[in-house]
Design a protein around this ligand. Structure first.
Ligand SMILES: *[C@@H]1O[C@H](CO)[C@@H](O)[C@H](O)[C@H]1NC(C)=O
Ligand SMILES: *[C@@H]1O[C@H](CO)[C@@H](O)[C@H](O)[C@H]1NC(C)=O
Ligand SMILES: *[C@@H]1O[C@H](CO)[C@@H](O)[C@H](O)[C@H]1NC(C)=O
Ligand SMILES: *[C@@H]1O[C@H](CO)[C@@H](O)[C@H](O)[C@H]1NC(C)=O
Ligand SMILES: *[C@@H]1O[C@H](CO)[C@@H](O)[C@H](O)[C@H]1NC(C)=O
Ligand SMILES: *[C@@H]1O[C@H](CO)[C@@H](O)[C@H](O)[C@H]1NC(C)=O
Ligand SMILES: *[C@@H]1O[C@H](CO)[C@@H](O)[C@H](O)[C@H]1NC(C)=O
Length: 433
C-alpha cells in the first residue's frame, strides 16, 4: 500500500560540494535525488525510494557509462530532520532493504527520531550490477555439491580445492567484467555521491554492522574529512578481510555454542535435546554434540524432514550450526532438529525455520554469488591464493579459533580482481573451508 509522500528540501546551507575526486577519478553527478513514496516489504513505516545515476567505473576517466543506485529512505519521525544516517547491515552481498524494514522502527527510536534513515543497495546486490555465476539456483547447488566441511574427512580439503577451481573458473567466465566494478571502494564512492546529492551538510553519518564495518572504515580511510559520525558494530578485522586471511571472525563462535547449550539446559521444554541423555552441564551436552558429529562422519543418516528424505551428514550439521548460532531466535527449532538427529527420529520442523517473531537476521546467506563476488573483488593481489598450501595457515587458524564452526564453509579467495586502486582484471572468486 502506498504511504505518505515525503519530499525533503534540506538545501538551506549546503552548497552540494561534489566529492573531491582524486587525479583521474570521475566525479559524482551534480544532481539531486528524486524521491517517490514506495512500499518496503516488512514494514508499515512510510518509505521513500530514490535513485541516483553515478559513474559505473570511477577509475576510467575516459568512459561515461553510468549506473543507477537504488536508495531507500525511512524519513525522520520528527521534523525538521537533522540529516541522514546511512546503514549497512552486513554481508557483503545483501542489499540491506530487508534489514532496514525489520529494524527501521527500532533504529528510528535509537537514533532519536530526528534523522532520516538511508540504505543504498551496494553494487552486486538488488538490481545494482547483480553478481551471479549461474542462471539458476539449481545450477549453483549442483556446482557446490562437492563443497564439504573442511574437516569432514582427511581428503576434504583437496576435494574442496578442486571443486572451487571449477566454481572460480565458472565465475570468471560469466562475471569477468563485473568483478572489477563491485568492490567496496567503489561502494564507498557511491555512498559519498549520495551524501552529495542529498544536499545536506556534505558529511557522512553512518552505522555499519559486520561487513558494514568494512564499508564504513573504507569510506573513512578514503574520505577522512567527510565523516561526521561513524558507528562500527560487530567489527570485522579489515586487515584480515583485505588480505584474505580471515580467522578472527570465528573467535567467539564456540562461546555462542556454549551459550546455546547453557540456554538449552535452562529451558528444557523449549530444548528437547537436553532430555535425550539427561545431560546436566553445558559441557556434557557439547560432548554429546561432538560425538554426534564424529559419528556422522562415518555413519550419515537419512531422516524425513518436512516429508522429504534428507541426508544428514557431518557437513550439513556443521553448516546448520554456523547458520543457527547467528540467530538465537532459531535455537528452539534447531534444538528440536538436533534432538531428532540424536534420537534418529524425524522432526516436525525444518532445521532452519525460525519459530517465533521477531524475524531473525538471516546470517551468512546472501542471494546469488555476491558474497564471494564482492569479497574476492576486494582482496589485494598480495592476498590471493593460487595453491592450497597458501591458504592452509588461514584454514588451520579457523579450526583453532572455533571447534564448532571453524571448518564450516566460509570464503577464502583464490584469485582477486584487484590491482591498484580498484582497477582490476576480471574477478576470479573461489571458496574453501
Ligand atoms: C513482498 O512480499 C510479498 C509477500 O511475501 C511477495 O510476494 C513479494 O514478492 C515481495 N516483494 C518484494 C519486492 O520482495
Ligand atoms: C560519451 O557519451 C556520448 C553520448 O552520450 C558518446 O557520444 C561518447 O562517445 C561517449 N564517450 C565515450 C568515451 O564513451
Ligand atoms: C545462462 O544463460 C545464458 C543466456 O540465456 C546462456 O547463454 C548460457 O549458456 C547459460 N549458462 C548456462 C551455464 O546454462
Ligand atoms: C568474459 O565474459 C564474457 C561473457 O560475459 C565471455 O564472452 C568472455 O569470453 C569472457 N572473457 C574471458 C577472458 O574469459
Ligand atoms: C533419563 O532420566 C530418566 C528419569 O530419571 C530415566 O528414566 C531415563 O532412563 C534416563 N535416560 C538416560 C538416557 O539415561
Ligand atoms: C593452531 O594450534 C596449534 C596447536 O595449538 C598451533 O601449533 C598452531 O600454530 C596453530 N595454527 C594456527 C594457524 O594458528
Ligand atoms: C578434525 O577431525 C579430526 C578427526 O576426526 C579430529 O581429531 C579433530 O579434532 C578435528 N578438528 C577440528 C578442528 O574439528
Amino acid at each position: 500500500m502506498a504511504l505518505i509522500s515525503v519530499l525533503l528540501h534540506l538545501s538551506l546551507l549546503a552548497a552540494a560540494h561534489a566529492t573531491s575526486p582524486g587525479q583521474g577519478i570521475r566525479s559524482c553527478p551534480s544532481k539531486q535525488i528524486t524521491w517517490s513514496p514506495c512500499v518496503l516489504n516488512g514494514t508499515n513505516l512510510p518509505v521513500s525510494c530514490g535513485s541516483l545515476s553515478v559513474p559505473m567505473d570511477y577509475t576510467d576517466e575516459h568512459a561515461n557509462t553510468t549506473l543507477n543506485l537504488e536508495i531507500r529512505k525511512i524519513p525522520a519521525a520528527n521534523s525538521p530532520s537533522k540529516g541522514s544516517i546511512f546503514f549497512n547491515f552486513g554481508g557483503p552481498g545483501d542489499s540491506g532493504f530487508g534489514d532496514i524494514a525489520i529494524f527501521g522502527e527500532l533504529l528510528r527510536v535509537l537514533t532519536g527520531g530526528f534523522h532520516d534513515l538511508i540504505v543504498v543497495a551496494p553494487r552486486g546486490t538488488a538490481n545494482t550490477i547483480p553478481f551471479s555465476c549461474y542462471n539458476t539456483s539449481i545450477e549453483r547447488g549442483i556446482a557446490q555439491l562437492g563443497i564439504v566441511a573442511g574437516n569432514a574427512s582427511d581428503v576434504a580439503l583437496g576435494q574442496i580445492w578442486g571443486n572451487t577451481q571449477v566454481i572460480a573458473d565458472t565465475c570468471y567466465a560469466t562475471q569477468n567484467e563485473t568483478g572489477r566494478l563491485i568492490g567496496t571502494a567503489f561502494v564507498a564512492r557511491d555512498m559519498m555521491c549520495v551524501v552529495d546529492a542529498l544536499g545536506e551538510d556534505g558529511m557522512l553519518r553512518y552505522w555499519g554492522y559486520s561487513y558494514g564495518t568494512i564499508l564504513g572504515l573504507t569510506a573513512a580511510a578514503m574520505f577522512p574529512d567527510r565523516i561526521d559520525k561513524l558507528i562500527l558494530d560487530g567489527v570485522v578485522n579489515p586487515h584480515e578481510y583485505y588480505h584474505n586471511k580471515e580467522t578472527e571472525i570465528f573467535t567467539d563462535a564456540d562461546k555462542v555454542l556454549t551459550a546455546f547449550c547453557t540456554a538449552c539446559l535452562a529451558s528444557p521444554t523449549a530444548c528437547p535435546i537436553a532430555h535425550v541423555h539427561n545431560h546436566t552441564t553445558p559441557a556434557a551436552l557439547q560432548t554429546a554434540l561432538a560425538t554426534l558429529l564424529t559419528t556422522l562422519k562415518y555413519h550419515p543418516i537419512v531422516l524425513p524432514i518436512l516429508n522429504t528424505p534428507l541426508l544428514i551428514d557431518y557437513t550439513l550439521v556443521k553448516r546448520l550450526l554456523l547458520l543457527n548460532l547467528y540467530s538465537p531466535t532459531t535455537w528452539p527449532s534447531f534444538s528440536s532438529f538436533l534432538t531428532g538427529v540424536l534420537t534418529r527420529n524425524a522432526t516436525p520442523s525444518s532445521p532452519t525455520s525460525p519459530v517465533s517473531s521477531p524475524p531473525a537476521r538471516t546470517g551468512p546467506s546472501p542471494r546469488g554469488d555476491a558474497l564471494p563476488g564482492i569479497k574476492c573483488s576486494d582482496v589485494y593481489d598480495s592476498g590471493r591464493a593460487a595453491r592450497l598450501e597458501e591458504v592452509l595457515p588461514t584454514v588451520r587458524g579457523r579450526w583453532n579459533a572455533s571447534w564448532a564452526v571453524g571448518d564450516a564453509r566460509r570464503i577464502i579467495c583464490r584469485w582477486s580482481a584487484r590491482s591498484g586502486g580498484c582497477r582490476g582484471r576480471g574477478m576470479r572468486g573461489g571458496l574453501t573451508g
